[in-house]
Design a protein around this ligand. Structure first.
Ligand code: SF4
Length: 351
């Protein structure tokens, strides 16, 4: 078995090492790919004509400024307890981050799953608890489950602030920026691969990849070989996890509880039907409804080029404040905060 894996890596490296063709732009889409490709040293061994560019697949990075403003408002003006994944705490809003709000007395708790937030609400009946629901198709089903369970047990002090997004609209928006997508495996474990097949039929190539060095090298080598053949293509290079049909049960749950909506992506703008929100039936668990939140107009820091980084239009190092005014300790933009962010990857691994 081990020899088999070694042989796969050797063959993939041979394909990549020997590539002398025209430039191929490969969009990593998912921030975890960006970090893993750096961490595994894969960037260093690629020929210059294979150009890796970042994409919009880091949920924290694409969460817009006005969402942070809403969360800060809930915490400071409505006294809600905010339960969130850790990365969001330091993401700058228009004026304040959640960490700043915590310094002003807000209750901000880091959790690892929406169920943790519901459990906290269950044990603190005198607090209104809001879970910050960001993420793609990968994590959205677990949020649905948490709301479903909260409804079943009559939990009245728990709600969610949605900024959940779906990938197909993002692929559509990024089509012109890349020669091939490295489609995020964990997303397509839920959605299946029909959207990738359909994009290939319309001329946009890509492969679904796994996350180990062998899987990533294989995916990149497949992109090179298939690009040389000249026709648009799709290949599933992560079949141990991604099946063509995805997870119908997870999609059914999402369809039952959520409806599509337009969504703002940080630095990119509004993409029609690229988000989901709770259906009317679950409005009691929608923090915007529960607290009658007004619409907010966030102000992004003009120095930050996250939007261009997330569209593969520039590298983090092209940003004027990269590594100087913007560091993981003092982030100016979300891409420097998140553990999946391109700017943090370039900063950490010296890109
Ligand atoms: S270096 Fe900082 S300010 Fe510049 S694009 Fe990245 S996150 Fe934004």
């Amino acid at each position: 078995m081990r020899e088999g894996k070694t042989e796969v890596i050797r063959r993939a490296r041979e394909i990549l090492d020997n590539y002398r063709g025209k430039e191929i732009r490969i969009m990593e889409v998912c921030g975890t790919y960006t970090h893993e490709i750096f961490r595994q040293g894969i960037r260093r061994i690629l020929p210059p004509s294979i150009r890796l560019i970042s994409g919009p697949g880091c949920p924290v990075c694409v969460t817009p400024v006005d969402y942070i403003d809403e969360a800060v408002c809930l915490a400071l003006e409505h006294g809600a307890t905010i339960c969130t994944f850790g990365d969001l705490v330091r993401v700058p809003g228009s004026g304040r981050s959640l960490m700043d709000a915590r310094g002003q007395g807000a209750r901000i708790r880091v959790v690892y799953a929406p169920q943790d937030a519901a459990a906290y609400a269950r044990n603190h009946g005198d607090e209104q608890v809001v879970f910050l629901s960001v993420g793609f198709e990968t994590t959205t089903p677990s949020v649905c489950l948490a709301v479903q369970e909260a409804e079943a047990e009559g939990l009245v002090n728990f709600s969610i602030l949605t900024a959940n997004k779906t990938m197909p609209a993002a692929y559509e928006a990024m089509r012109g920026s890349t020669d091939a997508f490295l489609y995020p495996g964990h997303v397509h474990a839920i959605t299946g691969t029909a959207v990738c097949e359909e994009l290939a039929a319309r001329g946009t190539s890509g492969v679904v990849a796994g996350f180990t060095a062998r899987e990533l090298l294989t995916a990149l080598a497949v992109i090179v070989k298939r690009t040389e053949e000249g026709s648009p293509f799709f290949e599933n290079c992560y079949p141990r996890v991604v099946r063509p049909e995805g997870s119908p049960a997870a999609r059914r749950l999402m369809d039952q509880m959520l409806e599509p909506c337009d969504a703002r992506w940080r630095g990119i703008g509004i993409l029609p039907d690229s988000g989901v929100k709770l259906r009317e039936k679950y409005a009691a668990f929608d923090a915007r409804v529960r607290f009658a939140l007004p619409a907010m107009e966030g102000r992004e820091n003009p120095a930050c080029r996250c939007g261009e980084v997330l569209q593969g239009k520039c590298l983090p190092a092209d940003c004027g404040v990269f590594g100087t005014g913007c560091t993981p300790e003092h982030p100016v933009g979300a891409c420097m905060v998140s553990g999946e962010g391109a700017c943090s990857a370039f900063y950490l691994y010296g890109g």
